[in-house]
Design a protein. Structure first.
Length: 100
């Protein structure tokens, strides 16, 4: 089963608020088996436009696990912290598995 990835781009308005969100969301990520793979405050844009001033990539065991985490009661309780502190774009994508 391919891994699932949550990719978020954020325009941060309140750094302290985002720090609080990070602390509050970490336990739910750990419980979901997620691993933060990228936190980049300055991605190199090669083509087109890129939203935000920070990009995050979180790896989950599967797309279903990523979606379950995002929709979980635990995450929904802390999501307002992020919404108050940043403008965010978020997607869930399926990891690539080469054909066997």
């Amino acid at each position: 089963m391919p891994k699932g990835y949550l990719i978020m781009t954020e325009t941060i308005r309140d750094r302290a608020g985002m720090d609080a969100y990070g602390r509050a969301s970490a336990p739910s990520l750990l419980a979901a088996g997620a691993r933060v793979r990228v936190v980049d405050p300055d991605p190199e844009v090669l083509e087109g436009a890129w939203h935000g001033d920070r990009t995050i990539v979180v790896e989950f065991p599967s797309v279903e696990a990523a979606r379950a985490w995002y929709e979980s009661a635990e995450y929904q309780r802390v999501k307002p912290l992020r919404e108050a502190a940043a403008e965010t774009n978020a997607v869930i994508v399926t990891g690539f598995e080469p054909p066997s």
